[in-house]
Write a protein that binds this ligand. Structure first.
Ligand code: ZN
Length: 416
């Protein structure tokens, strides 16, 4: 698409993306902005300033969300919400979440510059702790406003022993006042999120932008194995209860199970592992590791989970280990609103885009929103499908097209 047909301001958007990438920057292109950290706070403050420039009334709520609001003709009408997140993985990239927040601000600023007054209020949200990297449970802020936090979440600790409660307090939030920041059921009419694809599909189809049809649900487990410590030099092999050997076999089993059907989009990952007592001459007594299992089909995911649990049981029997499995997150696939997809198709035709439709393997803030209201997502092509990595990259051309599509979709939904 020729650039002159863009309504949004590509230069302004690019400048903001670059400025935000400086906060918590690691190396040339990496970003580390853990939720509720001082880098996160800095980022929230700078983005708040851009929201105000865009004509939004911006506030930080008690969950640590940054929310900007543009009033519409009917102040009481359910809100059209746009957003994503600006927290990152400890070794993340510049675009994940960021383009959804800055793209939404750009879309709303463009509405304002075109003197559009929406029928309903429009809000832009930068949700707190989408990534879940720090407290090992994500989608915190978005679940917060929907009244969906679970027991004990505030007591979860980060690697330094800081609880979520303390992190919120030092961020300036007050967990005692969560209720004030919740949204009543029915007060959000629809949610739109722009995000990098984090996968290789659009690149393979040579398409800058895609329309998401749904999000496959993640299952997050924490597995703990316990054996018996002993001297690495003296305990004979057949007498050992080595928790790490057991864990290694379970990890391989997960990898095999998730790879069994190459035509399925199933993915299984162990990304974090702790060994106790973690010493070179002691047989590992305890091992804790995480499991991340995803599939678009719930049935297939359940089968794999059951097989994994059976294998875990047998492996532990073999090695004289005891085990516990706790479930941290269990989401089912959630499909996008057909109406919003239709609107997106029409908007993409207007700008000469032929946007392919695809499922999302990763989850997003939109996953939590899907339980509250209709939702739609736009994906932007990213290089080699890489994300959660400093190498994550999307071109400004593609990001601008995605933002233009977001703007046009919001316009169609906001002005009937
Ligand atoms: Zn993200």
């Amino acid at each position: 698409m020729p650039e002159q047909t863009l309504t949004i301001n590509k230069t302004r958007l690019e400048e903001r993306i670059h400025k935000l990438a400086e906060i918590g920057r690691i190396g040339e292109t990496g970003v580390s902005r853990l939720a509720l950290s001082k880098e996160d706070k800095q980022a929230v403050e700078i983005v708040k300033g851009w929201m105000e420039e865009a004509g939004l009334a911006a506030r930080i709520d008690h969950f640590g969300n940054l929310i900007g609001r543009l009033e519409g003709k009917k102040a009481e009408a359910p809100v059209l919400m746009l957003g994503s997140h600006i927290d990152s993985q400890p070794y993340g990239g510049r675009f994940d979440g960021v383009i959804g927040v800055l793209g939404a601000i750009e879309a709303v600023q463009t509405l304002q510059e075109n003197s559009v007054i929406p029928d309903m209020p429009i809000e832009v949200a930068a949700f707190c702790d989408e990534e879940g990297a720090r407290f090992n449970k994500g989608l915190f802020g978005v679940r917060g406003i929907l009244g969906k936090l679970e027991e004990g979440e505030l007591d979860r600790k980060d690697k330094n022993g800081i609880t979520r409660r303390d992190a919120l307090l030092s961020f300036g939030c007050d967990p005692e006042r969560f209720k004030e920041s919740e949204y009543a059921p029915g007060s959000i009419s629809a949610y739109l999120e722009l995000h990098i694809e984090q996968g290789p599909v659009l690149e393979a189809k040579d398409a800058p932008v895609g329309i998401v049809t749904g999000i496959s649900g993640p299952l997050w487990l924490t597995v703990e194995l316990e054996g018996f410590a002993g001297h690495a030099g003296s305990v004979p092999m057949h007498m050992r209860q080595d928790a790490l050997v057991g864990a290694a076999k379970v990890i391989v089993a997960l990898n095999d199970l998730a790879s069994e059907d190459p035509s399925a989009p199933t993915v299984g990952t162990v990304g974090s592992l702790k060994v106790f007592p973690d010493s070179r001459n002691i047989i590992p007594e305890k091992v804790m590791f995480t499991v991340d299992l995803r599939d678009i089909q719930m049935e297939r995911r359940n089968i794999i989970e059951n097989q994994l649990r059976k294998r875990l049981h047998l492996i532990c029997e073999d090695h004289g280990l005891t085990y516990t499995v706790s479930e941290d997150t269990n989401s089912e696939p959630r499909y996008c609103s057909e109406d919003i997809m239709k609107t997106m198709r029409a908007a993409s035709k207007e700008i000469g885009l032929n946007a392919p439709e695809l499922m999302s393997g990763p989850f997003h803030d939109a996953l939590a929103m899907s339980y509250e209201c209709d939702y739609g997502m736009i994906f932007v092509r990213c290089k080699d499908g890489i994300s959660h990595n400093p190498k994550e990259f999307s071109t400004m051309e593609d990001i601008s097209l995605g933002t233009e599509l977001l703007y046009r979709t919001a316009l169609k939904l906001a002005v009937k």
